[in-house]
Design a protein around this ligand. Structure first.
Ligand SMILES: [Zn+2]
Ligand SMILES: [Zn+2]
Length: 353
């Protein structure tokens, strides 16, 4: 398996973002990530997809779309669409019709910011997902950087503090989002978790102070989606894109907050009698299974089964657990950064059946 670092969910002036596709490519190259997925609101931008840059200094830019019904008030139910390669905005009024069209087009859909609190002092409404009675999505955006920022805007003083200290913002996905994910998984669904930046590179000013709120490069060093492909990327757009989308669909993915320390090298695997599974896979519980977790450095690691913490290792980099019990097993890892305990790694589940 080959680990690829992707930053996904971002906006350009084609919708309400403030940096160009080229700004995004340059920022991604500086941050050293492998790929980005740009998702403007209600517009699929053609002709941009491909490698930007050269040699070791290049990044794969993929272009999807973030679709929602603009006639709805408030404008909830945002859907991230990758790989559909067509404009689907006209189907936004009915989330199920939209999902069916994504699947028919061979694309992947993820529910964007499933929980997104309002920020009343900035007149920002709650844009959570509400129509849960739908089928056909691959997964959810477990951790959205801008939703978390919104949740901290209780007064102007705090808003300025976090705008100037973006590294102080992220603590982890909302508890409510994790609970929703666990509830879906406990219902027998397979739901792939991804992390999104929702980058806008918004210019902001407070009196004489001017700055770009959360520049793209900051996001690209922060909440990334790490995917494991079966083949290394070749520098060929079609091949590489297929590798990445296949890995996303299979859940061979974890969410890593790379700002405190790189999460590269994390693995969560299962070894059974003559079989192996990777995060996102299913494995039989017969004759027992050994779950193996490897962390890039020592940290606090928690193994969850069916949404409940089963085992905690407080300062380890290699953890193992033997079980013959069917269940949905997943891992959360926490690290101290800027004097606070922060979410560092959120794995996708291994489904022990
Ligand atoms: Zn959105
Ligand atoms: Zn967005």
């Amino acid at each position: 398996m080959h680990e690829i670092v992707i930053n996904l969910h971002m906006h350009t002036p084609y919708s309400d973002g403030h940096g160009t596709h080229d700004d995004i490519a340059q920022a991604a190259i500086r941050a050293g990530i492998d790929a980005v997925i740009v998702t403007d609101h209600n517009i699929w931008v053609e002709g941009i997809e491909g490698y930007h840059g050269e040699g070791n200094e290049k990044v794969l830019m993929l272009v999807g779309e973030e679709v929602h019904d603009q006639t709805r008030s408030p404008q909830k139910n945002h859907l991230l669409i990758f790989g559909a390669d067509k404009e689907l905005e006209s189907l936004a009024q009915n989330p199920q019709t939209l999902l069916d069209a994504v699947n028919e087009a061979g694309g992947l859909a993820f529910i964007a910011h499933p929980v997104d609190p309002a920020a009343p002092i900035y007149n920002e409404p709650d844009l959570s997902w509400v129509d849960w009675d739908i089928q056909g999505y691959v997964g959810i955006e477990l951790w959205n950087a801008m939703s978390e920022f919104k949740s901290l805007l209780s007064d102007k003083f705090r808003a300025i503090y976090y705008a100037f200290n973006p590294g102080a913002v992220a603590h982890g996905p909302f508890e409510q989002t994790i609970q929703k994910w666990d509830a879906l998984l406990n219902n027998g669904m397979r739901v792939v978790a991804i992390g999104g930046s929702d980058a806008h590179a918004m210019p902001a000013s407070m009196g004489p102070l001017r700055r770009i709120l959360f520049p793209y490069e900051f996001h690209f060093r922060a909440i990334n989606t790490h995917v494991f492909t079966t083949e290394p990327l070749r520098g060929e757009v079609e091949f590489d894109r297929e590798q990445i989308f296949t890995a996303l669909r299979q859940g061979h993915v974890f969410v890593g907050y790379d700002l405190p320390a790189s999460t590269k090298g994390f693995t969560f695997k299962a070894q059974g009698a003559g079989t192996k599974a990777w995060m996102g896979d299913e494995i039989s519980s017969k004759k027992g299974v050994t779950l193996q977790i490897r962390l890039p450095q020592r940290a606090e690691c928690i193994l969850f089964k069916d949404g409940t913490a089963l085992k905690t290792w407080s300062d380890r980099d290699l953890c193992a657990h033997v079980t013959a019990e069917p269940g949905v097993y997943r891992v959360e890892v926490y690290i101290n950064y800027r004097r606070k305990r922060r979410g560092w790694i959120f794995s996708n589940p291994i489904y022990v059946r």
